[in-house]
Design a protein around this ligand. Structure first.
Ligand code: SF4
Ligand code: SF4
Length: 234
């Protein structure tokens, strides 16, 4: 029911109402390639992405093989990327985050090559100091990212390829809650409409997924939003 979807979702601020993907991204009107999110918009994303992926604490699945800590909360395994304005916002309300300082030559190269005018590498103080309400968007969306089909349509979410052998949820796709998939999908609809610079990257990683899944004869781990989420209701 459309009403159920709306009831379980936080209301977006006025500035985000009616934002649709791909309408905005493909609009013939000249749009900013990187619309900076306001504090109200970031707070909306945090509310939208607050629900845990699974009905249980999935950290218990990977922590035993990672020194007792969730795999994705260790900067040695995954360095979170924050939107530049998100880092500034979080820095005003907590001391949890700082810019990532790479130590090895490989990491320095990664920082140089992968940071963009939109996203920067950051690190938190570690899982023992985690402040749930100050988790970044990247913490909340991990390990999923947008999936584009062969026609270039944004149809669902897929595992970040580089972590698919490391996050045990790849073998428990059914445990990922549909309400979470719907909310993440809504987040990416808005994000890609307002920051379309990342579009080609996700189309390319989706293509890479299809090629490797075909070669290995395995199904694509795509999570599809419900019909109501695809239509959007706000
Ligand atoms: S998302 Fe994956 S890697 Fe992160 S805590 Fe859950 S199971 Fe572990
Ligand atoms: S802020 Fe919390 S959820 Fe995010 S990486 Fe740090 S410990 Fe993990």
């Amino acid at each position: 029911m459309a009403e159920d979807f709306a009831l379980n979702n936080p209301s977006p601020p006025a500035s985000l109402r009616g934002v649709r993907f791909p309408d905005c991204a493909n609009s013939s009107k000249k749009r900013s390639r990187n619309r900076r999110f306001s504090e109200a918009e970031l707070n909306y994303f945090y509310a939208l992405l607050d629900e845990p992926l699974t009905p249980y604490d999935c950290g218990r699945l990977c922590a035993p093989k990672n020194g007792g800590e969730p795999f994705c909360c260790s900067v040695d395994n995954a360095v979170p990327m924050l939107y530049r304005e998100e880092f500034r916002y979080l820095s005003r309300r907590t001391e949890l985050w700082r810019r990532w300082k790479p130590k090895t030559a490989t990491d320095k190269k990664m920082k140089k090559e992968d940071e963009t005018r939109i996203l920067i590498f950051c690190e938190c103080k570690g899982v023992k100091h985690c402040e749930r309400h100050n988790r970044s968007i990247g913490c909340r969306t991990f390990p999923l990212e947008p999936y584009f089909n062969e026609k270039g349509e944004f149809v669902g979410l897929i595992f970040m390829k580089e972590f698919c052998n490391k996050c045990p949820l790849i073998h428990r796709l059914d445990d990922i809650q549909q309400s979470v998939i719907d909310k993440h999908y809504r987040f990416w609809q808005i994000m890609l409409a307002l920051k379309p610079d990342e579009l080609e990257l996700y189309k390319s990683t989706s293509r890479g997924w299809r090629i490797s899944a075909k070669k290995r004869g395995v199904p694509l781990p795509v999570l599809y939003p419900s019909k109501n989420a695809r239509a959007g209701t706000d």
